[in-house]
Structures are given as structure tokens and as C-alpha cells.
Design a protein around this ligand. Sequence first.
Ligand code: CA
Ligand code: CA
Length: 372
Amino acid sequence: MHKLFSWMAGPWQQRWRSAQRRAGLPSGWAPLIASGLGFAGLAGLAGGCDRPPVPSAGTQASTQASTQGMVWIAGGEFSMGSDARLAQADERPAHPVRVDGFWMDSTEVTNAQFRKFVEATGFVTDAERPPDLAALMAQVPPGTPPPPAELLVPGSLVFTPPQAPGQPWWEWRAAANWRRPEGPASDLSGKDDHPVVHVSWRDASAYAGWAGKRLPTEAEWEFAARGGLHAAPFVWGDQKDDLGTRMNTWQGQFPTVRERGDGYADTSPVGSFPPNGYGLYDVAGNVWEWVADWYRPDTYPRRAGGGVVVNPTGPTSSFDPDEPYSPKRVCRGGSYLCSDNYCTGYRPSARMKSSPDTSLAHTGFRCVRDQG
Ligand SMILES: [Ca+2]
Ligand SMILES: [Ca+2]
């Protein structure tokens, strides 16, 4: 569903639910608000086209793409997914997967890195473009009323603590984008080494292509995030001790009480917390990270019993029963909005999904590169 729809309130919600019922679909996004999986699931996106936009100028960062800032992840076999108590249905069952070796960015892509890409190519992100109404309406059930024309302006979703129980915590804010993450009055001062946010899957893919890299597959991401600790519930092991020293997440009761127990209420400079066993920083927390795969909740059950799955690239198309008209890609690793008491998306098996043109204040990415 388009991010505008996720923001609109009151009578429009009732009309949308009616359209959902007429289409024989679950009346969706109010339950999502309470589910935690609604973090990004609420936020479909404009554009609709899944093909990453091509930068308008320049080609690649260099013809000999560098592995500077990357670590070599020797491939291997691991148990993907989880059957542990905290695992959501779409993380089950754990199943054997093998991936070949690859290079991976040791950190999330930073604002400074993304700025170089934009300066070299003139690239314009999805959040900086007006939504395409036709593509937007293709992501909601027939009969859904369109948003008011005055809302069809560039913008993105910014986290705003709800003032009352049941209110959404994402606010659609015009002119919010990667350069101005809180809206027109904000900028990136002091945030060069913070992860870039408000970038869509399409934007992330375009950056990766320019850098001579690609987005990791979901299997590559999870293999790397586990850091050699296969089947451990956390990227550092089994102990749920002092999470504030491990990663940048949410301390306090989400979504109303935000404490700075780990030192950061929002994003943190990449590499502010200890790396995992493979030398990768912030694979738990800070920002969610786009991966290449389409999302389906039944990806893992479809693999079960088939032996070791080798270099899986995910399903060929997406389906999310919560929003069946909105194809979605997978995000991994949790964010500064994930809390111990509410959302445990920082677990290495946790999966999030969002439409490929969605941008959010807590979602970024990192890239990988093949050997050779
Ligand atoms: Ca924090
Ligand atoms: Ca992360």
C-alpha cells in the first residue's frame, strides 16, 4: 500500500476497509499497526515499477570496483531461518542452505557514500519524486479511493511517537528524503557517517550498480549476519545480556517511551558497536537493510524437505497476504526502532518486507560483490 495511504486517517480508513472486504481480502492495516510487522508493511510506495531506475549520468564508480571497506565472507552451509520461540511464522522452518563466498560491505552505506553516488550521477531517489498515482492505485484493492491530489508530492515516512494508543507511528512528511531525513527543516549536518535512510529498494539497487556491487540475497545476508554462529538467536551468540552494548535499538516501552540506553535515539554512526564474527558492523540494529529477494511468507515451507538449498535467490514473485496487491522485497536486521519488548527484528533470522519503492526513516542497505 502506498505510504500516503498508511498515513491517511479516519474516514478514509473505513472506506479502504470496505474496499478490502468487497475484494474478499482481510481488512488489513489497522491490525498491522499493532503487529510490529507493520513497521514497513504499512508503507507501500509510489512508482510501482520494480526495475531500478538507471542513473542519468555517469556509469560506475570505477571500472575496477574496489573491495575497500568490504570483508570476504567465505561461503558455507548453515541453517537458515529459526524454529526458536521468538521466531515469527515466516522465519520457519529452519532449513539447510549453502552459499558461495562473496565480498560484503562491513557497514551500512553511509550518507557520505550515497552523496558521492548522487553527485556523480544526478540520481533522484523515489522520495524526491512525486508519487505516480496510477502505479500507486495498482497496489490497493479495486474501489479504494485515491488520496487527495495535494498529497501527491515528494516525501517519505518519518517516525513520530503516537500521542494515544492505537495511533500510527509513521507520519507522511512532504519533502522528507535522504538529504532531509526529518523534513524540510532538517539536514545531514554531523551525519556523514550515519547510514543513509529514506532510500527505496530501487534506489539501493541503483547505487549498488553504480558501485559495481549488488544487493545481497536474503540467504547471503543471513549467512553473513550470523558470523559463523549458526543457529544462535543473536548475531553475537546466545546471551540476551545488556543489549545496549551490542547494537543500536530502542530502549524503553515502544513506541511511546524512548530512552537512550545505547546512546542513540535515532541512527548511530556506522561501526559504533562491536562487529560480528565476520567483522560486519550493525547487522543487528541501526537501520533495516534491503536485500535482493522478493518476499513471501511461505518461502521457507516451500523449501522444506528438499535437502540443502544452494545459493537461493528467493521466490520469482512476491505475495503478502496482508497486502496482496503490493509486491514486496525483504529487509533484514532490525533498526533503532526495534525494541526488546515489542519488535525483535534485530535477530538474524527476522524478516521484514516492504514494496520496492518504499522509503522510510529506519531503512537503508549494504552491498555485496562477487569474487573476481
Ligand atoms: Ca538506540
Ligand atoms: Ca543494520
